[in-house]
Design a protein around this ligand. Sequence first.
Ligand code: GAR
Length: 211
Amino acid sequence: MHNIVILISGGGSNMEAIVNASRREDWERNYHAKVAAVISNRADAPGLILARTNGIAAEFVEHGRFASRSLFEAQLADAIDRHAGSKQPVLLLLAGFMRILSADFVLRYEGRIVNIHPSLLPAFPGLHTHRRALESGCKVAGATVHLVTAALDCGPILAQAVVPVLDGDTERSLAARVLTLEHRIYPQAIAQMLQRQCAWDNRGDASKGFA
Ligand code: GAR
């Protein structure tokens, strides 16, 4: 079984969309993959409760308790690898995970870390994407699923989708419209990756990866 680990920092609605898709589409049977754990860098992330309600192991590694990024990331990697079982996680999914990961950490899971960002990258990387899209007078907004590299919000794009920006939109209304889109494209992109991985597994070609 390929174990997927999801990292969150907040509400966890993307995480829940992925868990729901994994059950609806029977990823265990079809792709030999399952969501094994959800890990938050915040103890009070509502997504932790949501994960447990969905029967998924959930824990936190609070970044604020560590003296340095590397100590935090070492603890985070321990937690991830513990849930990954005998192997590394097949995929490490960032779903509203709001910490920047170091190049060393990204290298450790190279080609297996995926993120969703609430803009049409390469437009508006970083924070306050919806505010910046509104301030720029954009007529469309959207979301991007991409592989994570050491450069922030810059990795190869796996999926994108677009929504209109409407007259009178606020940050909140635009964010809500984009989030609905995220819940559709993130699970779809992951299912496609698992499908490819499964095809390579079936051919016995262990050298292939996601990258
Ligand atoms: C989502 O909009 C996600 O794209 C964004 O945080 C939100 C998390 O919502 N992520 C980023 O901004 C990462 N740079 P959720 O916790 O309900 O999934």
